[in-house]
Structures are given as C-alpha cells and as structure tokens.
Design a protein around this ligand. Structure first.
Ligand code: KG4
Ligand code: ZN
Length: 343
C-alpha cells in the first residue's frame, strides 16, 4: 500500500483534532478547541478537556470525512496520539480510534504526540529530511533531538531542566495580564516593542554549561528575571518586556539547536511544536540557518500547534515503512518518552 489513506486522531490536551492524509497529501484538518472553557482558570483543566473531547469527537470526525470527501470505509489505517498528554483526554482519542479500527478491521497506530509534531513537516516538504536535528518546542516539552528515522529512531540530545518554552511564554503572559494561551499574545505584543530594551538572562549558556550540558535548556531564571522586572518597574512598557523576553528565549533555542547541527555534522534543522508558530523564532531561525548553511524546515503556523494532520502524517509514514501495528487495547501514557515513537 504505497499511498495509504490514514485517519489521525489527536486529543492530548485541549484540541479535539482529526486529520486525514493520503500518503503525504493533506486532505482534511479539523480542529475543535476547548481553550475558551479553560481561559478563566489560566490553564487547561483536565476534566473539562476530557468532557469537551467526548462532545466534539463525532462531529469533528464527520466534518473531516466530509471535507476530505471520503467515507470511513475508505480509510486504510487509523493513527491516534497515545501520549504524552492528559490521560483522561488521551483516553477519549485512543478509545475512539480502537473502536473504529475494530469496526473496520483496519490497522491501528498509537503514536507519540511529539514525533507527530515533527512528522507534519513531511506533508509540506517532500525531500527526505533524515538525518536531521529537530528542535521540539511545545507547551509541555522542549528538546533537541537527532532524528535518524522518524518512524523508529529518535535520540534525545538535550531537554529542558525546568519549564517548557511554551510554558514560559504562558507564564510571562499571565504575569503581564495578556491572557491564556500566552504564546500568541506575547508574539503579538512583542511587535510593538524593542527586543534590545531589556537584557534578560540566557539560561545555561555559560562556558561551563556549554561543556557539561550544551543542549539542555533552563527557563526558570529568565521567568524570575521578568517577574522581578515587572515588580520593580510599575510603568514598564508591555511591548518592550514581551519583545526582550521573546528574544532571550528564541536566542537560546537557536544557539543550542545550531550547536547540535555543528557537533553532529547534520546540516538540517526541523523546528516543530506550538512555539514553532512564533514569528520571531521563525524569522531568526531563517537568518541564522542561512548564515550557518543549515537547511531549515518549519511547518506552517497552523500545523505547528496541535492538530490531527500531524498524527495522520506519522501514521502514514509508519504504515508505508511497514512498522508493527499497535494492539487494539493500546494504553494511553501521560508521560510517554520522546524517544518512543509508537506504543
Ligand atoms: O504543541 P502545542 O500546541 O501543545 C502542546 O503540545 O503543548 O503547544 C502549545 C504551546 C503553548 O504554550 C502556546 O503558548 C505556545 O505553544 N504557542 C506559542 C505561539 N503559538 C503557540 N508560543 C510562542 N509564540 C506563538 N506564536
Ligand atoms: Zn503539541
């Protein structure tokens, strides 16, 4: 089966998302978000998310099939996020996927949400990207990975010691009263500011850090520095704080990713996950990769934040590579390791 028609189901957090791909062609990408229901709590409430997935699942599935102009019977394989994520939310997706796989008697792939974030790049670029270095930056994870084969071989070179990059954006936004989720709000606010106005710290970039943990991140010092600045400067300029904070985080992410390219001799970088939608990260990555002679891949902003197309894309790659199917009673794992591509 060279061009499998794959249904992808994503429910790891607050998006009920269904994607349908044929081989590497995207046919449908339906996203129902419960973000507004969580906004007043300043973060995702697991119980609300699970309930919202249950309500949105069948209508989203129907919309995706309609938009792809296919019927459920045409589907060759089903892929679903098996982790990491909120366990109650994941279970809605895995139960739905297992039920469909059982009813249609089709293969099921329980896949890693983080590997799926990277896989979505295959839908937009057809040149093979392996081996590549990947910078994965989402609301819950920040890692530098070496990808030899996205369906089977992912090595972690480094990761965050404290907050994820997206979490840092969300917390700073909350401190500045910019609402939730914070990343897009900080991105927008930064456009009105001067990124060199305040020199915020770049975590783990001292000489000793480059020797001992070159590809690890720490954003807690930056977060504290911003909070102190806000407290001690009542008439602060929101735009300047947002732009300077964003510059500090983006600078470190790219310094470390490019150092990984140099050290491994892999002149290719994929940036994926929700924070990859950040406009300054995209702009500076282009500039620095061009200067360093590194081939850069970043999916379109809509495909960076959580979606079902990324899950379908990884399912399609798994199916074409002949990877083993998951058991029909596959388990959802809230803390699935980034190196475990499928369960
Ligand atoms: O990958 P994702 O959609 O969900 C997780 O798997 O966590 O990532 C969500 C994270 C949130 O922290 C959100 O604030 C951040 O991605 N994000 C952004 C932008 N858009 C989303 N961060 C910075 N700039 C953005 N434009
Ligand atoms: Zn994600």
């Amino acid at each position: 089966m060279s061009q499998p028609l794959v249904l992808g189901i994503e429910t790891s957090c607050d998006e009920t998302a269904i994607g349908i791909v044929k081989g590497r062609t995207l046919l449908a990408n339906e996203i129902a978000s419960s973000v507004q229901e969580h906004a007043r709590f300043g973060g995702v409430v697991p119980e609300i998310a699970s309930r919202a997935h249950l309500e949105a699942m069948i209508p989203s599935l129907d919309r995706a099939l309609k938009s792809a102009k296919v019927s459920l019977r045409d589907i060759d394989a089903i892929a679903v996020t098996a982790g990491p994520g909120l366990v109650g939310a994941l279970l809605v997706g895995t139960s739905t996927a297992a039920a469909i796989a059982l009813a249609l008697d089709k293969p099921l792939f329980g896949v890693n949400h983080l590997a799926a974030h990277i896989s979505v790049d295959y839908l937009t670029h057809d040149k093979a990207i392996e081996p590549t270095i990947a910078l994965l930056v989402s609301g819950g994870h920040s890692s530098i990975l070496q990808i030899n084969d996205i369906t089977s071989s992912i090595t972690s070179l480094g990761s965050t010691m404290d907050d994820a990059a997206g979490e840092a954006f969300d917390k700073i936004a909350r401190d500045m009263g910019l609402g939730f989720p914070g990343g897009p709000a900080v991105d927008l606010e930064a456009k009105n500011g001067d990124s060199s106005a305040i020199n915020f710290p770049r975590g783990l970039t001292q000489a000793e850090d480059w020797r001992t943990r070159p590809y690890d991140f720490s954003f807690s010092g930056l977060k504290t520095a911003v909070a102190r600045y806000l407290e001690s400067t009542p008439d602060y300029k929101r735009g300047d704080v947002a732009a300077s904070f964003q510059e500090a985080i983006v600078d470190v992410l790219l310094q470390k990713s490019l150092a990984a390219c140099t050290a491994t001799g892999i002149q290719s970088l994929v940036i994926a996950g929700g924070v990859a939608a950040n406009s300054r990260l995209r702009e500076l990555a282009e500039q620095r990769c061009r200067d360093a002679g590194v081939l850069l891949r970043i999916p379109s902003p809509l495909l960076c934040t959580d979606n079902g197309a990324m899950v379908a894309a990884l399912g399609s790659l798994m199916s074409s590579a002949g990877r083993p199917y998951s058991a029909i009673d596959l388990s959802a794992s809230s803390s699935l390791a980034v190196t475990t591509v499928s369960v």
